[in-house]
Design a protein around this ligand. Structure first.
Ligand code: AMP
Length: 398
């Protein structure tokens, strides 16, 4: 078990916090500030404890010197100040005298926001990836600026960067923040110690993106319901005609292997909502053998019923990936149906593992009805694959 904020002494100390302030910014204006808000419980706790707080975050990607002008964390620091009703000192640098002096002059409860950590990926016009490739000197330097490290950025936990793994490996004391703690306990309850029956629902475009997840969940789940574009590769593996649907030819053999080893655990759709092309107009329906000129874009009504029945009585449900092209009005029905069915389950632990399914649930207004919606797409996917998350692994154990 990793240390949490309850396990470390932060009173009066210089506390370095890796937060996830990677918010969408358009023309210098933050269009959505949920991630800033999500970091506030940890920051408030540190303010109350009288810590001297130094916040690190990346913002988007920096591929060349010119990116830096548009990707400063300055507007984020300003927004944080508004949310906390508190003055925040923003340092437009990622290292150097100005930053060091600002940290040294911090008083209890005061906050410094460091410039976008990924500015370190490009130095003097050269791509060096010091942050993204966890440059040893950079992690050591950042760690030297404080006494305790708190990782509260779940979204980057699957990456070994200087601002998470680098700092954590070079500092005496570290722990996870409240946000990461919540993510980890939800994922543990959903994946590691699931109450049974445990039903997983996997969808999305490609089998290749979800191989690790299917592999790991085959060991843990009682049933895996498969929908979305990836279902058609499975139909092909069963010898069906999938028309013009999405198919990964090089994964057909693997799909066959999964079906054999799943021993009935994998439940596939029984019908399909189709269109002649990848476009949003009225669906026509077929069974799992599609006419040659049709493309499957959603699961059909019989499959929705089948999946609903399979979900009855589930005690743990983990969902990752839409059942169809939910961005299209005519092909969101399967995703809505499944989302609704999970949301309405009584007494079940329900978890959405990030990405498109999280977006779908929020957009459809079901967000409050799930036990947990993970915020970290890549990180939660890797957790579901049973992989170790380096950003978490580097934190001290209890
Ligand atoms: P993923 O990021 O792997 O979860 O995939 C999500 C994407 O898969 C969404 O943008 C969906 O539109 C797309 N998708 C789902 N079902 C299908 C399908 N039957 N054909 C093509 N794309 C699909």
């Amino acid at each position: 078990m990793k240390k949490t904020l309850h396990d470390v002494k932060v009173e009066g100390k210089v506390v370095l916090v890796r937060v996830d302030f990677n918010v969408p910014i358009k023309d210098g204006v933050i269009t959505e500030d949920n991630r800033i808000k999500a970091a506030i419980p940890t920051i408030k706790h540190l303010i109350e404890k009288g810590s001297k707080i130094v916040l690190f975050s990346h913002l988007s990607r920096i591929k060349e010197e010119a990116d830096k002008a548009k990707k400063s964390l300055a507007p984020v620091a300003k927004r944080l100040g508004e949310l906390l009703k508190k003055e925040i000192k923003f340092i437009p640098q990622t290292r150097g005298a100005e930053l060091e002096t600002a940290i040294k002059s911090l008083k209890a409860g005061e906050i410094v926001v460091v410039e976008n950590t990924r500015f370190e990926d490009v130095a003097n016009g050269e791509v060096v990836k010091s942050e993204s490739k966890n440059n040893a000197e950079l992690g050591k330097y950042w760690a030297s600026l404080g006494e305790v490290f708190v990782n509260d950025a779940f979204g980057t936990a699957h990456r070994a960067h200087a601002s998470n793994v680098g700092i954590a490996s070079n500092i005496k004391e570290s722990c996870v923040g409240f946000l990461v703690e919540k993510e980890l306990s939800a994922l543990a309850a959903g994946i590691d110690k699931p109450a049974k029956p445990f039903i997983a629902i996997i969808g999305g475009a490609k089998v290749s993106d979800k191989i690790g997840v299917i592999d790991n969940l085959l060991k843990k789940a009682d049933k895996i319901l498969i929908g979305g574009g990836m279902a058609y590769t499975f139909f092909k593996a069963q010898g069906h005609n999938i028309g013009k649907s999405l198919c990964e030819e090089d994964k057909v053999a693997l799909a066959k292997e999964y079906l054999a080893k799943a021993n009935g655990k994998i439940i596939l759709p029984v019908d399909s909502a189709n269109n002649t092309d990848f476009k949003d107009s009225k669906a026509t329906f077929s069974g799992v053998d599609l006419p040659d000129d049709m493309m499957g874009l959603d699961i059909g009504p019989k499959s929705i019923e089948l999946f609903k029945n399979e979900l009855k009585g589930a005690k743990t449900v983990v969902w990752n990936g839409p059942m169809g092209v939910f961005e299209m009005e005519n092909f969101k029905v399967g995703t809505v149906g499944v989302c609704e069915a999970i949301a309405n389950l009584d007494g079940a632990f329900t978890l959405i593992g990030g990405g498109d399914s999280a977006a779908a649930a929020i957009q459809l207004g079901f967000a409050d009805k799930f036990t947990h919606i993970s915020t970290g797409g890549g990180a939660s996917l890797e957790y579901m694959e049973g992989k170790v998350l380096p950003g978490i692994e580097a934190i001290k154990n209890k």
